[in-house]
Design a protein around this ligand. Structure first.
Ligand code: GLU
Length: 500
C-alpha cells in the first residue's frame, strides 16, 4: 500500500498593496483545503517586482491574514531569496535542450511584430534562434550580444491538456503558445518560471488560485514537464465582480475591498471569513452560517462555483456600507456568539474611542457583559458599541438631531418634567425594572400625558438614541446616578436649541 501523499498548498500574494477580498478568499480556500485534508499551507511572498513591492504591503498582508485567523504552517518565504534556484532551473532547461538562448534584439522583434500586424499573420516569436548551432551561440556570446532564454515549446500537432478541478478539461494547442521567455536579457527570471520553480521546490500538490492564473497554466505545465517534475492539480477560482459586473480591484474600489477596512469597520474576523468563503463556494443546501469546524468539514474544491461571485460594494448607501450579506452574517455572529467572545472586540473599540475602563475586566465585568448582551440585539458591527452604544460607556454622547427634535424639544413640558422625574428616581431606595417603571407611569398619570412621551424623552436624553432595548432595562443598566444626572442636564437642551 502506498502512503497517501500529503496535500501541500500555498498562498503567494504579490506585496504591491493591501490584502484585498479576492486575495483573502484565495488564502481562505487554500487554508480550508489544507485544514480539511491534514495538509500543509505555505505562505510565500512574491516580491520579485522590486519596484512595486513594499515592506508596508508585506506587513499589511500578514496582519490581515493574522486578523482573519488564517494560519500558515511554513513561511513566509520570499521569492526574491530564491532567484538562484530559478536561474539554476533555466540552466537545467538549457542543458537538457528544453530551452535556448535568443539573441534577437528588442528592435528586431518589434519590427517583425509590426510586419506581422501589417500582414495580419501570427505575432508569435518566429523561432529564429531556436536552432542555432552551439558554435553560433558561442560566437554571439563572445561578441557580447545580450540574450534572453526561451522555452522550446513542442511544435506540430498536439496540445497541453489538464483537468482543472473547477473548470474541467482545458486544452491549449502548441501552435498557440510561442517559445516564451523565461529569463530576461538582464538576467532576471520571469514570473512564470519563478512561480513554477517555487511550487516544485515546495512540493505543492494543489495550485488553488484566481482565474487570472489560468493564462499561465499551460506554460507552467510545459515547464514542469521539461524539468521532469510532477504536475500539481489546479483549481482556478471564478472572479469576484461588483454588481455592475466590473472586476473587484484596488484601483476601482479602493479601500472598500481591503480586508483592513472590514477590521476597522467592526467586522468579527470569523464572520468575515465565513462570508468570504461563500464568495464562489457553496454547499448544495446553500447554508450560510458555519463555525470554523463546520466550514472545514463542509469545504471541498468541488464546491467551488464556476460562476463569478458578486461582491456588492456599496459606497453611498446610507443603510449599508458594504455587501448586505456580509453585514447580515456579521450581525448573526455579533448577536449570537457568547458574550465573552464578543467582549474583546468591544474592548478594542472602546480603547480606540478612548473610553475603555479597566474595571470592565475586574469589578465591573458582570456589568460590562450584561451591557454588551443588552445592546447588541440592535447592532450589526462592533463599531456600533461606540456610536449608537456610546452612552453606556461614556457621559459625552451625542444626541441625534431627529429624536432630539421629535422626542424632546417638541414636548416643552419636559423642561419641567425632567428635573421632577430626576428627583423622584433619585429618591428610589432600589433602582429596579419595577420601581423605575412605577415612577414613570405614575408621573405620566399625574400629568395626564401618555407614558410614551416621558419614555421617549427619557430614552433620547439618556442614550442619545431614538431606539434601543426596553427602556427600564436601559435605565437600570446605565444606573441611577447617571440617569438622574443626565435628566437634570437635559434641561439645557431647551436653552441650547433655537426655538422651534
Ligand atoms: N502572486 C500571484 C498573485 O498575486 C499568485 C499567482 C499564483 O497563485 O500562482 O496573483
Amino acid at each position: 500500500m502506498t502512503e497517501k501523499q500529503q496535500v501541500v498548498v500555498r498562498f503567494p500574494p504579490s506585496p504591491t498593496g493591501y490584502l484585498h477580498i479576492g486575495g483573502a478568499r484565495t488564502a481562505i480556500f487554500n487554508w480550508l483545503f489544507a485544514q480539511k485534508t491534514g495538509g500543509k499551507f505555505i505562505l510565500r511572498i512574491e516580491d520579485t517586482d522590486a519596484e512595486r513591492s513594499t515592506e508596508e504591503s508585506i506587513r499589511g498582508i500578514l496582519e490581515s491574514l493574522e486578523w482573519l485567523g488564517i494560519t500558515w504552517d511554513e513561511g513566509p518565504y520570499f521569492q526574491s531569496h530564491f532567484i538562484k534556484d530559478h536561474l539554476a532551473a533555466a540552466q537545467k532547461l538549457l542543458d537538457s535542450g528544453h530551452a535556448y538562448k535568443c539573441f534577437c534584439t528588442k528592435e528586431t522583434l518589434e519590427k517583425k511584430r509590426e510586419e506581422a500586424r501589417r500582414k495580419k499573420t501570427s505575432l508569435q516569436y518566429d523561432g529564429t534562434c531556436r536552432n542555432l548551432t552551439p558554435e553560433e551561440v558561442a560566437q554571439r556570446q563572445a561578441a557580447g550580444i545580450p540574450y534572453t532564454i526561451r522555452l522550446k515549446v513542442p511544435r506540430g500537432e498536439g496540445f497541453v491538456s489538464f483537468e482543472d478541478i473547477v473548470y474541467g478539461i482545458i486544452e491549449k494547442r502548441y501552435e498557440d503558445i510561442e517559445d516564451f521567455v523565461i529569463v530576461r536579457s538582464n538576467g532576471q527570471p520571469l514570473y512564470v518560471l519563478s512561480n513554477t520553480v517555487d511550487d516544485i521546490r515546495d512540493g505543492i500538490t494543489h495550485v488553488i488560485r484566481g482565474q487570472d492564473g489560468l493564462a499561465n497554466t499551460p506554460k507552467q505545465i510545459l515547464i514542469y514537464r521539461a524539468l521532469g517534475a510532477p504536475i500539481p492539480k489546479f483549481a482556478h477560482m471564478s472572479l469576484t465582480l461588483d454588481p455592475k459586473k466590473a472586476k473587484i480591484s484596488k484601483r476601482t474600489h479602493g479601500e472598500l475591498v481591503a480586508v483592513q477596512f472590514y477590521k476597522e469597520h467592526g467586522f468579527l474576523p470569523w464572520a468575515f471569513v465565513n462570508y468570504l468563503a461563500l464568495l464562489g463556494w457553496s454547499t448544495p443546501d446553500s447554508r450560510e452560517i458555519f463555525s470554523k469546524e463546520e466550514l472545514i468539514e463542509a469545504f471541498s474544491l468541488e464546491g467551488i462555483n464556476r460562476a463569478n461571485a458578486i461582491f456588492d460594494v456599496r459606497k453611498d448607501d446610507p443603510k449599508f456600507f458594504t455587501d448586505p450579506k456580509a453585514i447580515s452574517i456579521n450581525t448573526h455572529y455579533l448577536r449570537n456568539l457568547p458574550v465573552e467572545e464578543i467582549a474583546p472586540y468591544v474592548k478594542t473599540e472602546l480603547e480606540k474611542a478612548g473610553i475603555w475602563d479597566p474595571a470592565y475586566e475586574a469589578e465591573k465585568q458582570a456589568w460590562f457583559f450584561h451591557t454588551i448582551d443588552l445592546i447588541r440585539s440592535r447592532f450589526h458591527v462592533t463599531t456600533d458599541f461606540v456610536t449608537a452604544g456610546r452612552a453606556y460607556f461614556a457621559d459625552d454622547y451625542p444626541i441625534e438631531a431627529k429624536p432630539l427634535k421629535k422626542n424632546i424639544l417638541k414636548h416643552k413640558g419636559l423642561k419641567q418634567w425632567f428635573p421632577e422625574l430626576a428627583d423622584r428616581l433619585e429618591r428610589l431606595p432600589e433602582f429596579t425594572l419595577e420601581t423605575t417603571e412605577q415612577v414613570i407611569r405614575d408621573m405620566a398619570e399625574e400629568l395626564e400625558i401618555k407614558a410614551g412621551i416621558l419614555i421617549n424623552g427619557v430614552r433620547t436624553a439618556v442614550t442619545g438614541q431614538p431606539k434601543g432595548p426596553g427602556i427600564f432595562d436601559v435605565l437600570i443598566t446605565i444606573g441611577q446616578k447617571r440617569v438622574v444626572e443626565r435628566l437634570r442636564k437635559a434641561v439645557a437642551l431647551f436653552e441650547a436649541s433655537s426655538p422651534l
